[in-house]
Design a protein around this ligand. Structure first.
Ligand code: NAD
Length: 430
């Protein structure tokens, strides 16, 4: 397909999503328990993602490096990779799939997306938009199935030249060797244990809302969740008191009810894992400040209260491991260098937050974090135009922004002798 045709195809997908966006949101909520307010917003936002990459499809171009006069003409062309194998997790699945499908198609690839076995319905509903958009057969393929054998077969298939994975680090550790046989290119968007640092000079009302959004938004089931809160000693007591009070005002309940603030966890096993880790942490010196249990008024569904636990040090598994739930660990620091050292002391490096009125300091700290995304005096804001992704055990590669299209291509350098001169004798040095 020509680049222009690919752009138009993506534009048609964007247009086909509009009329079914509300339905997509509802289906995703029923499948995952994520708030309908959030899923419908995300479904409507898919239009922007597909539009953005539609606009980039015909902006991708090669290069003519300035090699010396008289030498063969050198060209750098960009070519698609072929078939992309994409694996997505259950949370924000339509959005995460779009961040792979749209740039992969803009660059001229085809893609096979494996939906999450925990929530496949929204991806199948999305397939209706692909049909309405008349995407040529075989260009976007959606398959359902478990990691083994479905995902495994996909990522180890010889035709999959590029694997794009979003999910947990334990799964990534299985996928990395599975791509070895075919030497497939790969990007990994994994989990996090992201620090949010609040300095004494922060605007506290704003920090309270930012921290609440960071950990209790989407019931903490976000790769970018701010699950480690580092508070400077001067505001520690005030912030903790206000956060606890704020957490008690969070309305937990039916995710289809637009008045609900926090829905359930997606799976029962996830809730049990959190409960086990929490119990262990409380036996190891963690102090429970809020929540810590299933809400007694909700006996159906995998609900868990917004939970805050204070620690003196970062040794507990609750502070070090990704929980993917509404559990915040709180720690105290004295000065900037201690805050940075504590924030960096993690296997993960996905995101981070800094709250301070001192912009120079906030900028210094943002630069000192190894994460792929840092928010200053805000949290959770995002845009398809800004690259997203982690470092260390949070993965590698970036999604979003213009680079993502290049990431689904490879360059080819071509030298062409244009002078008409015959190739000279290779054994005669000039
Ligand atoms: P998961 O790792 O359990 O599963 C993710 C996907 O991998 C699923 O589709 C699953 O079927 C598949 N899978 C499992 N084993 C496989 C194998 N051997 N080969 C191929 N595929 C296999 O993750 P989850 O529980 O669905 O989602 C939560 C995780 O995803 C969290 O760790 C979260 O941080 C991460 N996540 C990351 C981002 C990001 O952008 N970085 C976004 C959302 C979620």
């Amino acid at each position: 397909m020509s680049a222009r045709d690919r752009g138009q195809c993506l534009r048609r997908i964007a247009q086909a999503i509009g009329p079914i966006a509300e339905e997509l949101g509802r289906v995703e909520t029923k499948d995952t328990g994520k708030l309908v307010r959030e899923t419908t917003w995300q479904a409507r936002n898919l239009v922007e993602v597909y539009d953005y990459y539609a606009g980039l499809a015909d902006k991708l171009q090669g290069d003519l490096p300035p090699t010396p006069p008289g030498s063969p003409l050198a060209m750098v062309v960009r070519e698609p990779l072929g078939v992309v194998a994409a694996i997505v997790p259950w949370n924000s699945q339509l959005h995460l799939a779009a961040m792979k499908i749209a740039p992969a198609l803009a660059a001229g690839n085809t893609i096979v997306v494996k939906a999450s076995e925990d929530a496949s319905a929204a991806m199948l509903k999305f397939a209706e938009a692909l049909q309405a958009a008349e995407v040529p057969p075989g260009v976007v393929n959606i398959v359902t199935g478990r990691g083994t054998p479905c995902g495994e077969t996909l990522v180890s298939h010889p035709l999959a030249r590029r694997v794009s994975f979003t999910g947990g680090v334990e799964t990534a550790r299985k996928i990395i060797p599975a791509t070895a046989e075919n030497v497939a290119m790969m990007s990994l968007e994994l989990g996090g244990k992201s620090p949010v640092i609040v300095f004494d000079d922060a605007e506290l009302d704003s920090a309270i809302n930012g921290v609440t959004a960071a950990i209790f938004g989407a019931s903490g089931q976000s790769c970018a969740a701010g699950s480690r809160l580092l508070l400077q000693k001067g505001i520690y007591e005030a912030m903790v008191e206000r956060l606890v009070e704020r957490s008690r005002r969070i309305r937990i309940g039916d995710p289809l009810d637009p008045r609900t603030h926090m829905g359930p966890l997606a799976t029962g096993s996830q809730r049990e894992r959190i409960e086990t880790l929490l119990e262990k942490a409380l036996g190891e010196g963690g102090v429970l400040l809020a929540g810590g249990a299933r809400p007694p008024e909700l006996d159906k569904g995998f609900y868990f209260q917004p939970t805050i636990v204070a620690f003196d040090e970062q040794s507990s598994d609750l502070v070090r491991r990704e929980l993917f739930g509404p559990v915040l660990s709180v720690l105290r620091f004295s000065d900037e260098s201690e805050a940075v050292a504590m924030a960096r002391d993690s296997d993960y490096a996905f995101a981070g937050g800094v709250f301070s009125r001192d912009f120079a300091r906030a900028y210094r700290v943002a630069r000192a974090l190894p994460a792929g995304r840092v928010w200053v005096n805000t949290y959770r804001t995002t845009s398809v135009m800004v690259p997203f992704g982690g470092a260390k055990h949070s993965g590698y590669g970036r999604e979003g922004g213009m680079e993502a299209v290049r990431d689904y291509t490879q360059t080819k350098g071509i030298f062409v002798e244009v002078s008409g001169k015959p190739v000279s004798d290779p054994f005669v040095m000039r």
